[in-house]
Design a binder for this molecule. Structure first.
Ligand SMILES: Nc1ncnc2c1ncn2[C@@H]1O[C@H](COP(=O)(O)OP(=O)(O)OP(=O)(O)O)[C@@H](O)[C@H]1O
Ligand SMILES: [Mg+2]
Length: 390
């Protein structure tokens, strides 16, 4: 079988800072290979190199040798900047693919898609575009359990037909022919603490009418110190709901908040103002708590995706209520544990939109948003949701 990509003794640095060293790697035609590494280990850097974006568009110092045959496409970790066209139909640029759940998005503008929907469209566009090798940078990260399952099925159906290199931070998603490690993740999660819950902090009763999302009956109370998770499928309105509470989207009704709050958006790109991680966070103690001291002098926009996500949380203004949109997306096991610790040991209240099942273990209540309705969620419904049987 033909070897499409080969790397020998490959090392990469940015401005003299080594990302990885002496990496050995080869990818045969129609092979399905997974590269696993924690945040900052260089997965995305490797992908960008193999897709030809480094050094063509992004400068880096490369040592050792590597060869690439055929066309290589990459599904980026961040779906938004990848679109070339205005509509989903134009972006895919082929006949409507069947059985991949794209029908309902076909005529939509790419700007109207939720983050998860964008990722779905990207994945399908990449699978349809005749590349020899497809690099997938954490392709399931933004998908709800239902979409993730659907896509695992699609990707599995391409096994043995396409050459696929999958980059991820753990290996619990799919069986592959081979696994290569770029670094090591630790596995240690904190024990759940009992939270003390105080008086009412938030009362919200409102309706929202927006393109793609409508709800007549949002009714939500939150108490001091309470940790509440918000789950729902891609596009169900989790982000809209958080933004409504934060006053960022128009509503009809009331949002009564008894305290100040901080809102952390889902995507940590272009949200930093300072020139270093240290300046962005401000407090040394907080920087240490989030394990970011090694990156203190780094420029925030140049961090890896997971590092940016962690920084976006570490640099939040402290208030009595945190509104977090997918706080553990892109985080490796160790950084996830840091976030669980933070939520678990904080006296503040949290309302957290999430797909991370483990995070629910640290929450007092779970709310489900479905068909514009917000409901308290029993543990049976949670189980059903994550089994993708909703
Ligand atoms: N353009 C750049 N300039 C300087 N440093 C960079 C640049 N791109 C990445 N880095 C640094 O290189 C290291 C590897 O980054 P990379 O994005 O490849 O990691 P990753 O394994 O994909 O991480 P994640 O799991 O968070 O996505 C990080 O420490 C990051 O800060
Ligand atoms: Mg990455």
């Amino acid at each position: 079988m033909i070897t499409l990509i080969k790397a020998r003794n490959l090392s990469i640095s940015f401005n003299g800072k080594t990302v990885f060293k002496s990496f050995e790697f080869s990818l045969r035609e129609k092979q399905f290979l997974v590269v696993i590494g924690p945040n900052g280990s260089g997965k995305t850097t490797l992908g960008l190199l193999l897709a030809g974006l480094i050094p063509e568009f992004i400068k880096a110092e490369i040592y050792g040798t590597y060869t690439i045959s055929g066309k290589t496409g990459m599904l980026m970790q961040n779906p938004s900047p990848q679109f070339f066209a205005l509509t989903v139909k134009e972006e895919i640029g082929a006949a409507l693919p069947q059985g991949v759940g794209i029908e309902e998005l076909w005529e939509k503008s790419v700007f109207e898609l939720s983050e998860g929907e964008k990722q779905r469209v990207n994945l399908i566009a990449n699978l349809c575009n005749g590349m020899d090798t497809l690099i997938l940078d954490e392709p399931l990260e933004l998908l709800d359990p239902f979409q993730a399952n659907r896509f695992l099925k699609i990707i599995k159906s391409f096994k043995g037909k396409k050459t696929i290199l999958w980059l991820d931070k753990d290996q619990g998603f799919v069986e592959s022919e081979g696994k290569i490690f770029l670094g090591k993740s630790l596995q240690k999660f904190p024990k759940r603490r009992k939270h003390s819950i105080g008086k009412k902090l938030l009362q919200a009763e409102f309706s929202i009418k927006r393109e793609g999302f409508e709800s007549n009956n949002i009714n939500l109370k939150l108490y001091e110190g309470e940790k509440v998770a918000l789950i729902g499928l891609n596009g169900s309105g989790k982000t809209t709901l958080l933004k409504a509470i934060a006053g960022l989207v128009p509503i009809k009704g009331i949002v009564e908040l008894q305290s100040n709050f901080s809102f952390s958006p889902q995507n940590p790109d272009h949200i930093f103002f300072e020139n270093s991680v240290q300046q962005e966070i401000g407090s040394m103690q907080r920087m240490r708590f989030f394990g970011l001291q090694q990156l203190a002098k780094n420029f925030p926009e140049r961090l890896s995706k997971g590092q940016k996500k962690l920084l976006s949380l570490a640099s939040l203004q402290q208030g009595q209520l945190y509104l977090l949109d997918e706080p553990t997306t892109w985080l490796d096991v160790e950084n996830k544990a840091t976030v669980y610790n933070w939520i678990n040991n904080s006296r503040e209240a949290f309302l957290v939109a999430t797909h991370d099942r483990k995070l629910l273990d640290y929450c007092d209540r779970v709310l489900l948003i479905e068909g514009g309705e917000l409901k308290e969620c029993s543990s049976t419904t949670v189980k059903r949701f994550f089994r993708a049987g909703l």
